[in-house]
Design a protein around this ligand. Sequence first.
Ligand SMILES: [Zn+2]
Length: 595
Amino acid sequence: MVKKSRFGQVLLSRGIIDDLTLEKSLMIQHEENSTNPRMLGEILVSDFKVDHHAIFGMLADMYAFRNIEINVPELTKNQIKHTREILSKFPDDFKKELLYKKIVPYQLQTGRRNTLIVLAANPTEKIIERIPVYSDFKKYEIVYCKFKTLTDLIEVVSPQKNEFLDLLEESIQQIEEVQEGEDKAKIDEYALDDEINKSLLVNLFEGSLIEAVRKRASDIHIIPHERSNVDFYFRIDGKLNLWHRQERTSPEAIAAVVKDRSMGVDRFERDTAQDGFAQRVIDNYLIRFRVSIIPIISSEYERRFESIVIRIIDDRNVITDLRKLGFQQQAEADFSKAISKSRGIVLLTGPTGSGKSTTLMAALHHILDPTLNILTCEDPVEYLIKGARQIKIGHRLPFDEAIRTILRHDPDVVMVGEIRDRVTADVAVKLANTGHLTLSTLHTNDAPSAISRLFKIGIEPFLLAYAINIIVAQRLVRKLCTNCRIPISKDKYTAALDMGLTMDELESGKICEANIDGCKKCTRGYKGRITICEALYFTKEIRKAIVESGDEIDEQLIRKIGEDQGMLSMQESGLDRIRNGLTTVSEAAYASSED
Ligand SMILES: [Zn+2]
């Protein structure tokens, strides 16, 4: 019998969590049964992705802790210095532990009481009691502060160090010293050079992994640039940004270090494409990396250059809550309805990098249930999903073969990474028509053209009409930084009017553009991305139109029916984002244009 939780009941009564979530989380707490059980709130935040402030703000309230909100970018130099001084009075290990738990000894209130103000994202954290043991501060008051604010505050008062980059700097200095003293010290110059170079490149590679994760990049690109320079790019919010140019280093040497420190690649192989992987614990979190190495042409025949791309797989970025996908109202409701059915195909379309896999992950997490057999067939598997069986594709079990096997493995829900051809399309339709829910993706620009594509692959219209629940075409557009966005300038009016905005709207001050200089919180005026999508839900009318198709699917007619039912087209979805000051005319135009 799982024990009742008063706090859980309060969260329930305020609508912060639902019955099922409470039940599941209490079960987890009960099963863990360790000597140091996690708090219910911690489980809700880490396993169920409930908003941290929703839980701990309520907890702080219940126990009558004072709370405070700090505007971190506007902290005075004196305040920062003051907090740093307080922090310096704690032993290093204890300080690290405090900051890791988002606890900041913030301010000393001098006077009769000499009370230390301790900010905490979880004011009931036990470690706070040890403050008088590890420091001269005898009296303290715990004040609740949001997790997010404390994260920003810690970034300022105790910036994270990247030891590899510190070492890199040291190695570069050493090289310069060696080069200056070259004539004097001839002894073992080459061996020394080699040694230094190797550690330098190791530090550079390891340092780049850490920085990329902290900057929330999705990929690292390592590209030879001329004979002795190598560029490191990070893809952030969909765009490549130059992070570092390594000079006076041969691209071959960097490739050797990357291979050396990855698993599953042959260091001496330079003529074929290779796929490897790596994993590192960064900021207390296990991050996985997928390494792709491809030989590329160099201007010199005798040299063998390789291009390296490293995909960062950080489970913290997986969205498990449908509401956080940020679909517009009707699209969200239709999508949720479509994935809640026990059968049918749910299809996502869009080019690579349009967020299809993110949406699929959120959908799967929504469906996850121990009473269902959920099978996935992806190539490659990116994120691990607890509670699903993810089939491992390889030379012994190719994708096509795996797809056919699925039918014999008694599934309830199947996710097929991509419908590529007649075989996969057939299997998806067959699964749907035999009572399974099937999730998959397809490369088309919009929702109606996905129907044409499947028709051209060779699926009969009546099969299509009744197998599909919904088709969602989606794109990601960069989101304007709310800290520095500026009202749209006159020279962009023409493009905006062409898109369908009105003069009144343009002059309302609500429509914005990016401040290309950006601010501390963003990259060139943008921060993060947001979806625009068109969600075509298969109603009776849509099905009828498809069944009645002759030699060709009438995409215009299907679009018209969809729009009459309230579907936003990709363009309208983009306009809605612009009207709300969330993105720019150029971003939405680029994303919703054909191809
Ligand atoms: Zn900004």
